[in-house]
Structures are given as C-alpha cells and as structure tokens.
Ligand binder design. Structure first.
Ligand code: ZN
Length: 297
C-alpha cells in the first residue's frame, strides 16, 4: 500500500487559534506508522508543474499565486496567510494527488495524506483550498490518455463546489458530491450528481445514500478510476460539520467505498479531505478510519 506524504504538509506557520489543524498530516502519518503494518510504504511526492495546474486553473491566478502577487482579498478568501512554505506545500500536495492517482491506476489503490482541496475554483482559492488537486489529477489522467472516464467521489461534509465549477464542461470527469445542505459553501454549484443531506443526518441515512450513489455512478459511467475525497468532517464531533455520523459510521463509509472498488476492480485513489477538531487526537482517529479500512480489506 503506497501512501504519499511529505513533511512540508504540516510545516506551515499559522497564527495562533487559526481554524485549520495543520498538524494533522504529520500526526496522522505517525499514527499510521504506529499501526505497524509492514505492507505500508510512504512515498515522498514530487511537486506538480505549472502545466499540470493549467489543466484546471486560470493562468493569471496560477501566476499570482506562484509569484506572490495575489490581492489581500484573494488571500483572505483562500484562508491561509501567504508564504513560500504555503507555495511549496501546495505544489507538493497537488503533485502527490497526481502521482497517487497514477499509482492507483497501476496497482489498484493509493492515498495521499493530504489533498481533497475541493473548494478551489479555476480562478481563485477558497475555504483552505488553493488548487483543486483531485480535478487536476483527473484532468491529467485524461490528458495523458491514462484514463477515459474519471469519477470524483466527494464525501467531505462540504459540497465540492470548486470541483463542480472546474469540471462543468469536461464530460469525461464525473463528479458526485454527498454533503450537508446547510454547510459551507452557501452558494452550491452543480456537480454531475449532488446528494444534499440535512443537518443531523445519522449513520443509517448517510450510508444508505452513499451506497446508492456509488453504485449508481459506477453503473452509469463505468469509470476507469475513482478519486475519493474521504473528508473526516462528516463525524458528529466535527466543529465545521453538521452531520451526526458516528466513528463507526465513518469506518463503514470508508470500508464500503474501498470494498466496492475492490469488488468491481476499479482503481481507487483517496485524498484526505477536511476534518476540523481542536482535539487533534480525536480528529486523527477519524481520519485514521480510512487506513484501518484499507488494512482490514
Ligand atoms: Zn469539508
């Protein structure tokens, strides 16, 4: 099992009390190592290239981000203070999702211990997302003729609005978002398929929707690969999510998705997605369910 990770994922200095739990990447990697599974291999990613970014993003936006010439308003909307470290970790995170997708295509499964930055639009960053790694990975696989049809299966509690906007005219990229209707973003975009569930959705309702959605998308579109946003913010104690899904519900979501892909022989690449708790050990435990499911499979 090849997992993509770089120490720079967590190496970002944020203001005290900043909402984003930047340390989660490093802590999760340690937790996975502590599981003591010899089949897990951590791979350091290479940075994405400007040409890959331009598959999904506007050139002016790319240049402004890389050159440090974004407006203060654009930086505020992005959600992170601008720094060279931010540029480095952003390029590494996107590169990792691309390389992880390619690995999954060849070997069936892979994950990036970052990624799932689905609020990034073609011409601006939003909600802690700068470049839309899963959309870029999908476009790259199609552009290089490694895949004909890619399904982006987004199970973060927030809608994949940026992904929907970027891919709206790309008929080889299918987007499916299962999210909470009342959560950010207020103005939702149109994915290929949207499943908007109400606040306080519990395990049974959530899992029933998930199973139907994935089965439907695969039957209709027969994707060559699925890029899975495994957001941990569906968990009941998440501070930016409004669902009442238990820890066991998160495990069952991840296990179902992984097992479904295995049974149907569809390569699966996973991005970490959102997850927001001040209690980092509780947060890491939610993200860890994905890797527990992968080991149990
Ligand atoms: Zn989220």
């Amino acid at each position: 099992m090849q997992l993509y990770y770089h120490p720079l994922y967590s190496d970002l200095i944020l203001p005290e009390r900043h909402r984003f739990p930047i340390q989660k990447y490093k802590l999760l990697k340690t937790e996975i190592e502590n599981l003591g599974v010899s089949a897990i291999h951590f791979q350091e990613p290479k940075k994405t290239t400007p040409a890959q970014l331009s598959l999904c993003h506007n050139q002016t936006y790319i240049n402004n981000f890389l050159n440090g010439t974004l407006s203060n308003k654009a930086i505020k909307k992005m959600g992170f203070p601008y720094s060279n470290e931010l540029v480095e970790r952003t390029l590494l995170s996107v590169g990792a999702s691309i390389q992880s997708s390619e690995h999954a295509l060849k070997h069936g499964f892979s994950a990036n211990l970052s990624g799932g930055y689905h609020h990034a639009y073609s011409d601006y960053g939003s909600g802690f997302c700068i470049f839309n790694d899963l959309a870029i990975a999908a476009a790259h696989l199609i552009n290089t003729e490694q895949a004909d049809t890619v399904l982006i299966f987004d199970c973060d509690v927030h809608q994949g609005d940026g992904t929907a906007q970027i891919t709206q005219n790309h008929d080889q990229i299918i987007t499916c978002s299962i999210h909470c209707e009342q959560n950010f973003p207020r103005n939702k975009q149109e994915s290929t398929y949207d499943f908007a569930l109400p606040g306080k959705t519990t395990d049974a309702e959530y899992l029933a929707t998930l199973e139907q959605a994935l089965d439907f998308c695969v039957r209709i579109h027969n994707p060559d690969i699925i890029l899975y946003n495994a957001g941990a913010d569906i968990y009941t104690k998440d501070e930016l999510g409004l669902f009442d899904v238990s820890l066991d519900g998160v495990y069952k979501r991840d296990f179902f998705t992984l097992n479904f892909c295995k049974q149907h022989q569809i390569p699966l690449m996973c991005g970490l997605g959102g997850g927001y708790q001040r209690n980092l050990s509780s947060l890491i435990n939610v993200h860890k369910q994905l890797f527990k499911a992968a080991i149990d499979l």
